[in-house]
Write a protein that binds this ligand. Structure first.
Ligand SMILES: *Cc1c(COP(=O)(O)O)cnc(C)c1O
Length: 388
């Protein structure tokens, strides 16, 4: 760790120059690496020296990407994955044994629900959910086999905020591994390790890439836990491709300026919607009306790119709103330079029962906007005409 600022490290952390003296990091599209002789090869495989062997284990481009994210999050070590879900799955699978138990917030990414509800039970790994406004019940859910405390903040799609410091304290007191999916905030807005997280997971697909091009995931945290995740992953093969790592490392150079503008635009849109007669409610962490606004201000630099609101008139009005949208994309991604509107009840969270959706705060008329980098006047104009 050095004492340079976030933006500087995001740009100046770079692979050693090759003999060609390139300015920008080259792409190392190679599946394997060569050895000097039999002894070099033996010692490398025995892990007596640190060097690249095979790109399923490590590659210069993935190493550069991991190094940047470790600096941003204040982490000791990390491993990069082919997607955010590969990161979530491999992190849990590496750390959990049959019979273990996980406590997770109920408001989490749809596919992560899928892991807890239908994949991990195959290996006798159980879970309990807590509602985000019932953090005081977490300790009552702990069993002798509980190993991990897991949450996302801000949550998807409801943009609720969990107090990371409180969760960190509970995890520490009860000797649980505390893991945060920090994808909605990005490392620029929030660094969960400061609040006691042992591991931080990102879908690199979202704000890190920021231009909707590649899938990626990363887990960073303490060296001892990352070593377990690394050993699991070098056998099972969920690693990030060097091409995508190169794209992402370039994207991180502009993360701070992009996220600043995302947040500025999102706050302006949230303020516009708050006064609108066609809208029941608006939620954005940096609106004063947000129920956890004070916590958001303590742990985040700004509110993020996602605004949630409910169109007046329920499902029918919601559908009309989506059909009337002209410029914004109807898509499932977020954190893209292009603004995106999603209807969680019929798309990302459609696999949940109505009851589960209600428990996670997803109503039929709820709209999630990932506010992009277009001019804010054009973003507001499209939403305004669709609401009319
Ligand atoms: C998108 C997302 C994921 C999964 O990432 P993929 O790259 O799509 O696999 C996990 N968690 C959160 C919060 C997400 O938004």
């Amino acid at each position: 760790m050095n004492n340079k600022k976030f933006e500087t490290n995001a740009i100046r952390t770079q692979l050693e120059r090759s003999q060609f003296l390139e300015h920008s990091s080259p792409m190392y599209l190679t599946s394997s690496f060569v050895f000097d002789d039999a002894e070099d090869m033996r010692a490398s495989f025995a892990e007596e020296k640190e060097r690249n062997i095979y790109s399923r284990y490590a590659n210069p481009n993935t190493s550069e990407f991991i190094e940047k994210v470790c600096q941003m999050e204040g982490a000791e070590s990390g491993f990069a994955f082919a997607s955010g879900m590969a990161a979530v799955f491999s992190t849990f699978a590496a750390l959990l044994d049959s019979g273990d138990h996980v406590i997770s917030a109920r408001s989490i990414f749809g596919s992560t629900h899928g892991l807890f509800d239908s994949v991990f039970p195959k290996w006798n790994i159980d879970h309990s959910y807590f509602k985000i406004d019932e953090v005081d019940t977490i300790e009552s859910l702990i069993t002798p086999n509980t190993k991990i405390l897991y949450a996302e903040s801000p949550t998807n799609p409801g943009v609720d905020i969990l107090d990371l410091k409180v969760l960190g304290r509970i995890a520490k007191k009860n000797n649980l591994i505390f893991i945060i999916d920090n994808c909605f905030a990005s490392p620029y807005l929030q660094q969960p390790i400061k609040f006691g997280a042992d591991l931080v997971i990102h879908s690199g697909t979202k704000l890190m890439d920021g231009q909707g091009r590649v899938l990626a995931g990363i887990t960073v945290g303490t060296a001892a836990l990352i070593d377990k995740i690394y050993r699991f992953s070098r056998i099972t093969g969920p690693s990030l491709s060097p091409f995508n790592a190169w794209v992402l490392s370039k994207s991180l150079e502009t993360l701070a300026v992009r996220v600043d503008r995302h947040c500025e635009n999102a706050l302006k849109l949230a303020e516009f919607l708050e006064g609108h007669e066609g809208v029941n409610w608006v939620k954005y962490p940096f609106l004063k009306s947000h129920p956890q606004h004070e916590i958001a201000k303590k742990q985040m630099k700004a509110g993020g790119c996602v605004v949630a609101f409910e169109v007046k008139g329920g499902l029918e009005a919601g559908r009309k709103f989506f059909d009337a949208i002209e410029m914004l994309s109807l898509s499932a991604n977020l954190g893209d330079s292009r603004s995106i509107v999603t209807h969680p009840a019929s798309t990302t969270h459609s696999k949940l029962s109505v009851e589960e959706r209600n428990q996670t705060g997803i109503t039929d008329g709820m709209v999630r906007v990932s506010v992009g980098l277009e001019h804010i006047d054009d973003i507001i104009a499209d939403i305004e005409q669709a609401l009319q």
